[in-house]
Design a protein around this ligand. Structure first.
Ligand code: ATP
Length: 239
């Protein structure tokens, strides 16, 4: 097997004396969508935060494109090409849609290319073009998720970490968001690590999935196989 694009090896992490991850290992092949599933508090967000440099692992390594990144600062990791779309969106609510998108490109110097990318993310999300001058706080939940995803695209990422994009959104909007996840992956070749509570949907878009419980990987496999796994069906797919 060729070397994974991103790999986490035996990573442990804690918040003060609360241990959140114990020896988590996972691999994301280049160009694929990998899902990370698990109940509330299982350690999914912590795993993403370790990759993006927001939480320092106490043990283990994180490698991206062959290089160790677990000692790099978060802004350096963004420049390496890994961008996180955080849980709850965390858009800049008082800024316009355009300003939010421009913030996504803050680390880039190529202003002409930034302007072109702004145009192309608006092609991907026409709703954002219609609302380009509007304050982000006035967008619907689904539009805010689109904005957070589009803002991540403005950094020209090679990999996106998505934290529960479906949270709090109506089923139809969730379908649209997942359709864009597929498009980003297929048309732009972006590798995606997707954290989701909606296991059914996550297993339908990903090639491989890991299941976390209490800070440990308890199951992993091809998503198509996990969809039919009896234990997964009982615990995550509603029987
Ligand atoms: P959720 O779906 O609820 O976001 P999760 O799987 O993403 O859950 P994490 O947010 O990674 O889980 O949390 C893992 C563990 O670490 C939990 O026990 C949580 O209470 C704890 N934890 C997370 N963030 C902090 C923090 N900032 N300070 C203290 N403990 C934290």
């Amino acid at each position: 097997m060729s070397e994974p694009f991103l790999s986490i090896e035996s990573v442990s992490a804690s918040y003060g004396n609360i241990s959140a991850l114990h020896g988590v290992s996972l691999a994301v092949p280049r160009g694929e969508i990998v899902a990370l599933l698990g109940a509330n508090g299982a350690g999914k967000s912590t795993t993403l935060n370790v990759i993006s440099g927001l939480v320092r692992p106490t043990r283990g390594t994180v490698r991206f494109d062959g290089e160790p990144i677990h000692r790099l600062a978060a802004d350096h990791i963004v420049r390496q090409g890994i961008v996180q779309v955080p849980e709850g969106r965390e858009i800049f609510r008082d800024m316009s849609v355009r300003e939010n998108l421009e913030m996504g490109a803050y680390a880039r110097k190529d202003r002409a290319a930034v302007a072109r990318d702004l145009d192309s993310v608006c092609d991907l999300f026409p709703r954002l073009r219609e609302r380009i001058a509007q304050k982000a706080a006035t967008l619907s939940g689904g539009e805010q998720q689109m904005l957070a995803t589009a803002r991540a695209m403005m950094a020209r990422p090679r990999m996106i970490l998505m934290d529960e994009p479906s949270m709090g959104l109506a089923p139809l909007v969730v379908e649209q968001i997942f359709e864009t996840v597929r498009t980003l992956n297929r048309e732009q070749g972006i590798t995606i690590l997707l954290v989701e509570q909606n296991a059914k949907l996550a297993l339908s878009v990903s090639s491989h999935a890991y299941i976390l419980e209490n800070g440990e990987v308890v199951l992993q496999g091809a998503s198509a196989d996990l969809r039919h796994d009896e234990a997964v069906r009982r615990a995550y797919l509603g029987g």
